[in-house]
Design a protein around this ligand. Structure first.
Ligand code: NAP
Length: 260
């Protein structure tokens, strides 16, 4: 299936590794030129080069923290009018809410709610003018089933999801859609960090926790970044103009409800 995206431009934030990279590589395969960001230059350049070589698309890198004013300005200067925006950033740390003061909450909201909203604000009207736009927010399965130790993530991402639920119904008339893609367990650095946190808490080894978690998933495994990227690319496709305000859960069936 040709997704009708050849020659379009995407801004993928936090795209050097993990799920963001998965999205960048699926879009590159469809002929989309990319601007990708991350804080660490080395992995960012390596990913960019890998995508250029594999898919022959233009890939521009912007090193910086997307949750800061400077990081966002630099990303938007390199890509002021993307056709596709994939909003991603690292997630907030796990912990106990009794230890989180106002500053900790503001940081989580900045990273996982306000940053994506500000990036949407910067690009959405230009998408509306051009009558094409696809915005994907990488959030978390925690939006549908909260994970107790990830209270900062549960709170901030649900705030973003609520905001987008309203806006996405206003933009779709102009062929600009906004959707959330909600990862369950994908084996990336982020998931490994959770194993390490829980290993310290429970005294079990990281490998033991990893195996038990994979086995407990109905699929008996973790998701791959390729699977994640391809779902994202479909939601960005020309064919997906009637899908907006949705929250697509990719979790191997772990969410136990009859309706997703
Ligand atoms: P990952 O493998 O650790 O990759 C994170 C990527 O984001 C890296 O490229 C990282 O590069 C970049 N990044 C992180 N913070 C950034 C910032 N402030 N500014 C710019 N770039 C930044 O993580 P992942 O598993 O792909 O997770 C992506 C998102 O999905 C996270 O918010 C995570 O909480 C969420 N999520 C993941 C899972 C899962 O199972 N993997 C499940 C639920 C939710 P630098 O470090 O160099 O900046």
């Amino acid at each position: 299936m040709d997704l009708g995206l050849r020659g379009k431009t995407a801004l993928v934030t936090a795209g050097s590794k993990g799920l963001g990279k998965g999205c960048a590589q699926s879009l590159a395969r469809e002929g989309v030129n990319l601007v990708i960001t991350a804080r660490g230059k080395e992995a960012l350049e390596a990913t960019a080069e890998e995508l250029r070589k594999a898919h022959g698309v233009k890939v521009t890198t912007v090193a910086g923290d997307i949750t800061t004013v400077q990081g966002r300005e630099a990303a938007l200067a390199a890509c002021p009018a993307p056709d596709i925006l994939v909003n991603n950033a690292g997630g907030p740390p796990p912990g106990d809410f009794r230890e989180w003061d106002r500053e900790v909450w503001i940081k989580a909201l900045d990273g996982n709610m306000i940053t994506p909203i500000l990036l949407i604000r910067a690009v959405v009207d230009k998408m509306i003018e051009r009558k094409f736009g696809r915005i994907i927010n990488i959030t978390s399965g925690a939006v549908k089933f909260p994970i107790p130790e990830l209270g900062l993530s549960n709170g901030a991402r649900t705030g973003l999801t609520g905001f987008v639920a309203g806006l996405s119904r206003k933009t779709v008339r102009h062929n600009v859609t906004i959707n959330g893609v909600l990862p369950g367990p994908f084996e990336t650095d982020r998931l490994r960090a959770n194993f390490s946190f829980n290993a310290k808490k429970t005294g079990k080894s990281e490998e033991e926790l990893r195996r038990a978690r994979a086995e407990a998933n109905p699929a008996g495994r973790f998701g791959t970044i390729e699977e994640f990227g391809d779902a994202c690319a479909f939601l960005c496709s020309a064919q997906a103009g009637f899908i907006t305000g949705q929250n697509l859960l990719l979790d191997g069936g772990a969410y136990p409800g009859t309706f997703g």
